[in-house]
Design a protein around this ligand. Structure first.
Ligand code: HEC
Length: 454
């Protein structure tokens, strides 16, 4: 990818890199529409019931998080679970705070958009108004089957960090790495994958990289034990830890969904690869230990297309104190044809908005996605229609930050904020996934045109 600032945008210098990585995507659990619900609200005199009208909505839009062992505070699986929450359920669906989804509906259509239709919202409201009746269990849809502990089907392979990472009760934790051999003796194509931290409340963000056997990345680092790059005596090795051309298997953040690629597309793990867990932990007053796993479902047959994760990144911004709507941008030119599949923006506590655009030759800007960013919900956005892009297409990412005191998440509006791994520092990373012919290597998307490139 080439990189540069467009003229007239003085606020930020730019560094674009296209790293090849994976993005977490889509739990199908939240993506289907339950049509059963929509007819009911309009039939006068017919009161919606839990089993017939509400449960199908909860199954499709809520239970991926609201079930035992998942991130939501209470299950919404049975009538007994849901009844006491009826009024709150009505409130959160009417305010559209649940299910969480931060894309501005004016731009793009996304296949993993879990939002309820207006009909579904009115069914829930009518159900609550009419006393939140159970109805007849005969009307219930089939219970949803979930693989124990996973939102993907039962994984073919689970790779866990062999050694737990001890986390202190307070203070900062540096980026922590653990390198784990896959033991794969043949090439693997991964169609679905999911990250499961063992101490979820401590994991702010995690990236699982695929290190092929011919990669020199982190070769001097230990295997199977946690380490932090600052422990390396060699400055070059320290810097190298954060800069790799390795593809990612996937990225995890709280609320994010597993990766799930359409048939014919998959992530590639060459035989003999290692997985490199890059963990960003935060402390919360309780000491803990974490031993994150990644589960993988392999493609049944070799796909025609390989999925690569690229990124538009700007590390050179300086956000002044007490400023709202501070704009940081970056752009890059796609070096090869590719089909755009999905997006995953990453910022920290001051993140406000994030946009992905195509800048056309005539200068017009086409917005593909605008996210009203919410730190607690870092999500992937999968295009309903994958978008073929020609080599030479100019992609732009734009981020806005709120470093004012009006931002309730702002840890300190009096600070000048720059790039950093801690949540009181900032990041500007626009991950995106593309599909390319299966034999195309990530290196072909890693063309950097000079250090400046601006
Ligand atoms: C991506 C995961 C996810 C999905 C999908 C989801 N929720 Fe939630 N929900 C959460 C989490 C986490 C919380 C607690 C934190 C918060 O309130 O933001 C929560 C909180 C709630 C609360 C408030 C609980 C309280 O303590 O007041 C209600 C009610 C609720 N959800 C209902 C729903 C309903 C109804 C749906 C589906 C239409 C849904 N949620 C879908 C994750 C989810």
């Amino acid at each position: 990818m080439t990189s540069g600032t467009t003229s007239g945008v003085a606020k930020s210098a730019v560094a674009v890199i296209v790293l090849v990585t994976s993005l977490l995507l889509l739990g199908s659990a939240t993506s289907s529409n339950s049509s059963a619900a929509s007819s009911v609200a309009r039939r006068p005199g017919v009161k919606p019931t839990f089993y017939k009208d509400v449960l199908p909505i909860l199954q499709d839009h809520c239970q991926s998080c609201h079930r035992e062992g998942e991130i939501a505070p209470m299950p919404l699986v049975t009538y007994q679970d849901a009844k006491p929450w009826a009024a709150s359920i009505r409130m959160v669906v009417e305010s559209k705070s649940m299910p969480p989804w931060s894309a501005d509906p004016r731009y793009g259509k996304f296949s993993n958009d879990p939002s309820l239709t207006p009909e579904q919202i009115s069914v829930i409201a009518a159900w609550v108004d009419a006393g939140a009746a159970a109805g007849s269990p005969k009307d219930a849809p089939l219970a949803r089957h979930w693989a124990e502990g996973w939102n993907i089907p039962q994984p073919d392979k689970v790779v866990q960090m062999p050694k737990a990472v001890s986390l202190p009760a307070t203070g900062d934790v540096e980026y922590t790495y653990e390198i784990v051999p896959t033991g794969f003796t043949e090439d693997k194509w991964v169609q679905m994958s999911e990250v499961r931290p063992s101490s979820r409340e401590h994991v702010h963000y995690a990236v699982v990289y695929i290190r092929p056997p011919n990669s020199s990345w982190l070769r001097k680092a230990p295997i199977g034990v946690p380490f932090t790059p600052s422990s390396f005596s060699d400055a070059e090795e320290r810097a190298e830890a954060h800069a790799t051309t390795s593809d990612m298997l996937l990225v995890y953040a709280p609320g994010s969904e597993p990766d799930r690629w359409p048939d014919g597309m998959a992530k590639f793990i060459p035989a003999g690869s290692d997985l490199v867990f890059q963990m960003h932990y935060t402390t919360n007053g309780h000491a803990a230990s974490d031993q994150t796993s990644v589960g993988m479902v392999f493609a049944k047959q070799p796909p025609q297309q390989r999925v690569l994760t690229l990124q538009l990144t700007n590390h050179t911004f300086v956000i002044p104190p007490r400023t709202d709507d501070y704009r940081v941008q970056v752009w890059g030119t796609l070096p090869n044809d590719a089909t755009l599949l999905s997006f995953f923006p990453h910022m920290h506590l001051r993140g406000k908005r994030f946009e992905y655009n195509i800048v056309h030759r005539d200068g017009t800007v086409e917005t593909l996605l605008r996210v009203n960013y919410h730190f607690h919900w870092q999500m992937s956005y999968r295009l309903a229609q994958p978008r073929p892009l020609k080599a030479g297409t100019r992609l732009q990412a734009v981020a806005w930050y709120d470093n004012s005191e009006n931002n309730p998440h702002n840890p300190d509006p009096n600070k000048t904020v720059t790039w950093g791994g801690q949540t009181y520092e900032e990041m500007m990373v626009g991950f995106f996934d593309v599909a390319v012919p299966a034999n195309v290597d990530k290196e072909q998307f890693f063309v950097r045109h000079g250090a400046a490139g601006n």
